[in-house]
Design a protein around this ligand. Structure first.
Ligand code: WT7
Length: 643
C-alpha cells in the first residue's frame, strides 16, 4: 500500500514464533491468558479466567491483587530498589530522579495522606495536575488503597473539569497552584476554584506547590500537600482488591455531548498491559522508556505509569511543551537520559519533520532501540522520517493501534515476541489474544483491500468494565451494532498479507493532534454562546494535526455575522471545553444540510470543508441547502480564515 521502500527487504524475515503464539492465543484464549497472568503477583489466585456475560467481561474473577504492589513493592524486594524509576524534567529545566525505593516511600506517604483525608476503598479521587512526579505517585497511592482515580487533562476548562468530577462523584480533588507551559504559568488552582462552585461531592482539595503563584485557599476545604505529608514514610499495606475492582475511570469523547467515563479493571488491565508492553516494546527493567503523551490520556495511564513501572523500567516524565525553549528539546531529553524506547504521536513527528533534521543532528540519539507511534494513523512519509532521522535506521517502529476503551495495545508489531516485517503506515497484525477483523455494515468480513469497520470479536483482558453509571450506553455504543462483537468506531482495511491499515474514525468523533473530541461536545459548546442558534462541526484534514475543527454556525436573528463574533465564538468554545476545542475555521450559514429526521448530514459539510465532491445527496430533505452551503463556502474561501 505504500511505495516508500525500506532499506531492508522485509519479506524473508522468519515470523514462525509470532504466528505460533497468535494461533495458540486464539485457539485456547483462557489457557493463554492464565499463563500470562501468572507472571504478575496475586495475593489470591483467580477462580475463573473469564466470566463472559456479553457485553460484560470479568477477567480473573475472584483473584486478589493490587496495582501499586505490582508497580512498586515488587521491585523493593529486588535489586531494582536502587535503580531509577522516574527521571522527571520540568519545563524550566529543573529535574528530579526517583529510585524505586524513593517511589515506594512516596507512594506510601501519599497513601497515608489520602487515608487521613478520609479516602477509602471505592471512593473516587479526581486529579487535575501538570506532568509532575506527584501525578504517578498519587495514581499509585490511590491504587494502593483501592480508590479509583480519575485523571482530568489539565488543559480542560473549569466547566469540562466540573462535568467530569460530578459524573464520577469525586470526594477529593488533587491539583497544583499552577504549571508551566511555554515559559508561562497556567493558573490551575484558579480553574479548580471556578469548577468547584459546581461540584457538590468534593469535600477537600489538595494543592501541590509547583509554580509558586498566589492562589486562594478556602479554609477547611483546601490544603497544601506539604502540610499533609508526614515526614517519615509510614507503611500502608496495599489493599488486596478483587480483579474487577475499578482501578480508574477515564473520560473520553463519544458521539453525544456527554463524555463517557471509561471504567478499567485492576487484574485484566494489568495483565493486558504487562504483556503487551513486553510484546510491542520489548520493555525490560534496563529500559529507559519515554512516552511523550500527557498522563491525562489513556496513553499516559498505561504507557507512562502502569505498564513500564510494572516492568521495573525507568520512565521519563517531561512537564512542558515539546519545542520549548528550542525545537530540539525532545532530542536533548533523549540524549540526556539515554532513552532506549521512545513512544510518540504522528502529529508530533510531522511537527518535527517541519522543523528539519538539523535539530536532531546536534544530539546523540544512539541510545534508542525502538520507536513507537500512537493516537492516529501515521502517514508513510512521517513513518519513514521517524525511522531514518530519529531511529537512525536501526530501530523498529511499532505503530500501536488501541483506544481508551481497550485499555492496552491491540494491533501492533510485536518485536518482543518476533518482529513481523514492517510496512510504513500499517499497524501490522493483531497482538496475541486479540481477535480483530474488518467487516461491512452487516457484520460480514470484507475481502482484502476493501474498506470496512474495525471490530474485535472476542473479549480481551484490558477491555473496559463499562461506562461509569451508564450500562445502557456501554451496550449501545459498543455492542449494539454487531451483537456480541465490539465495535471500535474506526475504519480499516486489511491488505493481502492480513496487515491492518487504519483509516480514521467512522463515527462523529474527531482526532485533533491525536486527541479525541466529539463533534457533539463542540457543537454544544458553540450553541451555549448567546448569539449562536445552531452549529455543526466537521473535521478537515490537516497536514500536521491530522484533523482540524471546522464549524458551521447559524446565528440568532438580530445578530450580525462579523469577524468579531467569529472570534468571540472561538474564545467561548475554548472557555467551555479548553484549548483543544479551538476551531481553525468558522463559517456563518443560514441553513444546515439535514436529513428528513433532522440529523445534520456531516458528509456534506465535510465535503464543503475539504472542497471535494459531495456524492449522493438523495437522502437530503432539500438539495437546495447543499447548493446554498457550497455557495456560501465559495464566498467564504475568498475571505481570510479566522484563526
Ligand atoms: C482512537 C482512540 C490509545 C491511545 C491514544 C488514543 C485512533 C489510536 C492509532 C493508530 C491509527 C489510531 C483510532 C482510535 N488511533 N491509535 N496506531 N493508528 N489510529 O486513544 O483517545 O481513545 O482514541 O485513536 O481512531 O479509535 P483514544
Amino acid at each position: 500500500m505504500s511505495d516508500l521502500s525500506l532499506p531492508f527487504d522485509t519479506r524473508y524475515l522468519p515470523v514462525k514464533k509470532f504466528h505460533h503464539e497468535y494461533r495458540r492465543s486464539i485457539e485456547q484464549p483462557e489457557e493463554f491468558w492464565a499463563e500470562q497472568a501468572r507472571q504478575l503477583d496475586w495475593f489470591r489466585p483467580w477462580d475463573k479466567v473469564l466470566e463472559w456475560d456479553p457485553p460484560f467481561a470479568h477477567w480473573f474473577a475472584g483473584g486478589l491483587l493490587n496495582a501499586s504492589h505490582i508497580c512498586v513493592d515488587r521491585h523493593i524486594k529486588h535489586w531494582r530498589r536502587s535503580k531509577v524509576a522516574i527521571y522527571w524534567e520540568g519545563e524550566p529545566g529543573d529535574t528530579k530522579v526517583l529510585s524505586y525505593s524513593t517511589l515506594y516511600n512516596e507512594v506510601n506517604r501519599f497513601a497515608a495522606m489520602l487515608r487521613n483525608r478520609g479516602i477509602g476503598k471505592g471512593d473516587r479521587v479526581a486529579l487535575y495536575l501538570p506532568m509532575l512526579p506527584e501525578l504517578p505517585i498519587i495514581m499509585l497511592a490511590c491504587a494502593r488503597i483501592g480508590a479509583p482515580h480519575t485523571v482530568i487533562f489539565s488543559g480542560f476548562s473549569a466547566q469540562a473539569l466540573a462535568d467530569r468530577v460530578n459524573d464520577v462523584g469525586a470526594k477529593l480533588l488533587v491539583t497544583a497552584d499552577g504549571g508551566y507551559r511555554r515559559g508561562k504559568t497556567i493558573p490551575l488552582k484558579t480553574v479548580v476554584d471556578e469548577a468547584l462552585t459546581m461540584c457538590p461531592t468534593v469535600e477537600s482539595t489538595i494543592v501541590v506547590r509547583r509554580a509558586n503563584i498566589p492562589v486562594s485557599m478556602k479554609p477547611s476545604r483546601d490544603f497544601w500537600l506539604d502540610d499533609l505529608l508526614e515526614q517519615e514514610a509510614p507503611y500502608i499495606a496495599p489493599e488486596p482488591v478483587e480483579s474487577n475492582h475499578p482501578l480508574y475511570i477515564l473520560y473520553t469523547s463519544g458521539t453525544t455531548g456527554k463524555p463517557k467515563g471509561i471504567v478499567h479493571s485492576t487484574g485484566g488491565y494489568m495483565v493486558h498491559n504487562y504483556c503487551t508492553y513486553k510484546w510491542a516494546f520489548d520493555i525490560r527493567e534496563e529500559s529507559v522508556y519515554w512516552c511523550s503523551a500527557d498522563v491525562g490520556w489513556v496513553t499516559g495511564h498505561s504507557s507512562i505509569v502502569y505498564a513500564p513501572l510494572a516492568h521495573g523500567a525507568a520512565i521519563v516524565l517531561y512537564e512542558g511543551a515539546p519545542d520549548y525553549p528550542n525545537v530540539d528539546r525532545w532530542w536533548h531529553i533523549i540524549d540526556k537520559y539515554g532513552v532506549t524506547i521512545f513512544y510518540t504521536s504522528p502529529t508530533a513527528i510531522r511537527m518535527f519533520m517541519g522543523y528539519g533534521e538539523k535539530w536532531l543532528a546536534k544530539h546523540d540519539l544512539s541510545s534508542l532501540e525502538l520507536l513507537g507511534s500512537v493516537g492516529e494513523p501515521i502517514n508513510p512519509e512521517a513513518w519513514v522520517w521517524f525511522y531514518r532521522h530519529v531511529g537512525g535506521e536501526r530501530c523498529p517502529i511499532v505503530d500501536t493501534w488501541w483506544q481508551t476503551e481497550t485499555g492496552g495495545i491491540m494491533i501492533s508489531p510485536a518485536p518482543g515476541i518476533e518482529c513481523v516485517p514492517l510496512k510504513p503506515g500499517s499497524a501490522t497484525l493483531p497482538l496475541p489474544g486479540v481477535d480483530a477483523d474488518v467487516v461491512d455494515e452487516s457484520g460480514n468480513p470484507v475481502p482484502p483491500e476493501t474498506r470496512g469497520l474495525l471490530v474485535i470479536k472476542k473479549p480481551w483482558p484490558g477491555m473496559l468494565l463499562g461506562i461509569h453509571g451508564n450500562p445502557e450506553r456501554y451496550q449501545q455504543a459498543y455492542w449494539s451494532r454487531f451483537p456480541g462483537i465490539y465495535y471500535t468506531g474506526d475504519y480499516a482495511v486489511k491488505d493481502r498479507d492480513g496487515y491492518f491499515w487504519m483509516l480514521g474514525r467512522a463515527d462523529e468523533v474527531l482526532k485533533i493532534a491525536g486527541h479525541r473530541i466529539g463533534t457533539a461536545e463542540l457543537e454544544d459548546a458553540a450553541i451555549s454562546h448567546a448569539e449562536v442558534a445552531e452549529a455543526a462541526v466537521v473535521g478537515k484534514s490537516d497536514p500536521v494535526k491530522g484533523e482540524s475543527i471546522v464549524i458551521f454556525v447559524r446565528i440568532k436573528e438580530g445578530s450580525s455575522p462579523t469577524q468579531d463574533l467569529k472570534q468571540a465564538i472561538i474564545k467561548h468554545m475554548r472557555q467551555v471545553v479548553g484549548p483543544i476545542a479551538t476551531p481553525d475555521a468558522v463559517y456563518f450559514v443560514t441553513r444546515l444540510p439535514k436529513t428528513r429526521s433532522g440529523k445534520i448530514v456531516r458528509r456534506v459539510l465535510k465535503a464543503v470543508a475539504e472542497n471535494t465532491p459531495i456524492g449522493d445527496v438523495s437522502t437530503l430533505e432539500d438539495e437546495a441547502v447543499v447548493e446554498e452551503i457550497i455557495k456560501i463556502y465559495q464566498e467564504l474561501k475568498q475571505v481570510q480564515e479566522v484563526k
